[in-house]
Design a protein around this ligand. Structure first.
Ligand code: NAD
Length: 334
């Protein structure tokens, strides 16, 4: 397939591009290279002859159309987004511009250019928080809590409206928290790892009892392929890892593992945990019932959480120059 991928220099997009190229697809990566975009994620791609890059913003219709002129595409997969909840609390407008306006510009451009399929990559956070032993399903009401999740929900509705209104083949995926290589260090797991390496305090929001369901990024990427190959137009597909963990327990496991790698007792690292003021409107628990994806797509997550976490920790420990480069960039930008 010829894939038009947006946001492919980010965390999930770059992992997806590695997988797509390894499977023999051709990829054009259209990315604005914001602070979260990092071309170093794509340094060692398989079959580089099948990869090209165009720098541009999905909020710029002309730039999207110019990139689209490269060749006919079979699918557009929209990973591009402002993706950090904390940043959306500080400055919501850019989230609306990129995540909502950008999605509409892409939908219009792809449809006008005759790209047959559009995949909108979304999040479980559009459902808000679950209580008790409940899990999100496709029947759950859309109840986003943060400007980030509200912008993603708006984009999902707009994307599906292109199916209902124009009959355009739009598919939406909603996934739980991803973890793995190439994740920008502002997110929870890489924050713990990078701060532990630097010997800095490790912030945990509030009481740390918030529960997240973690999925290994490759399992999510395989889910996206299953939607392209076996999904249906106008449908929403849910992905999760069935690995629900409290934030404080996750921080503790990561620190224990790092201490083991560094051949030291865990106490010094564990004592670095600092409970900081909770995020405003912080969702308490996310949990996904992804059984519909197993039935309809024959998909299920393959990676055991402890194994995936260990692979991720090892990747960060073995790729400290990747981290140093990002940290240097962030300092220059300040
Ligand atoms: P990320 O922040 O790591 O990467 C986002 C990418 O989008 C970056 O390369 C950035 O440069 C690019 N980008 C931002 N604004 C752009 C614009 N205007 N035009 C073109 N490119 C732009 O994000 P991620 O964690 O890889 O998430 C990818 C997608 O998956 C997002 O849509 C996010 O909402 C969704 N998602 C993420 C998770 C998760 O756990 N990370 C879970 C579920 C869904």
């Amino acid at each position: 397939m010829n894939l038009f991928i947006t946001g492919g220099a980010g965390f999930i997009g770059s992992n997806f591009i590695h997988m797509a190229l390894a499977r023999g697809h051709r990829v054009l990566n259209f990315d604005a290279l914001t602070y979260a975009g990092n071309l170093a994620n794509l340094k060692d791609i398989p079959h580089p002859e099948n990869y090209s890059f165009a720098e541009g913003s999905i909020t710029n219709a002309k730039a999207v159309e110019d990139a689209l002129a490269a060749r006919p595409f079979d699918v557009c997969i929209n990973f591009a987004a402002e993706s950090h909840v904390d940043r959306s609390i500080e400055a919501a407008r850019i989230f609306t511009e990129t995540n909502v306006l950008g999605a509409v510009i892409l939908l219009e451009s792809m449809r006008a250019a005759g790209v047959p399929m559009f995949l909108q990559i979304s999040t479980d956070e559009v459902y808000g928080s679950v209580t008790g032993s409940e899990r999100f399903s496709r029947a759950s009401p859309i109840k986003p809590s943060s400007p980030y999740s509200a912008s993603k929900a708006a984009a999902d509705h707009l994307a599906l409206s292109f199916y209902h209104t124009h009959g355009y083949d739009v598919r939406v995926t909603r996934c739980t928290n991803n973890y793995g290589r190439f994740q920008y260090p502002e997110k929870f797991i890489p924050t713990i790892i990078t701060r532990a390496i630097a010997g800095e305090p490790i912030p945990v929001y509030g009481d740390g009892q918030q529960v997240r369901d973690w999925i290994f990024v490759d399992d999510h990427c395989e889910g996206i392929f299953s939607v392209i190959e076996r999904g249906k137009p106008g449908c929403v597909y849910l992905f999760g890892g069935s690995s629900e963990v409290k934030n404080i327990d996750l921080a503790t496991s990561v620190l224990r593992s790092i201490a083991q790698h560094q051949d030291q007792p865990p106490d010094a690292l564990l004592s670095k945990i600092e409970h900081v003021r909770d995020r405003p409107g912080h969702d308490r628990r996310y949990a996904m019932d992804w059984s519909s994806s197993e039935i309809e797509l024959s998909w299920r997550p393959k990676t055991n959480f402890q194994e995936g976490l260990e692979r991720t920790i090892e990747w960060y420990l073995n790729n400290q120059e990747w981290l140093a480069e990002l940290q240097a960039r962030a300092q220059v930008a300040q």
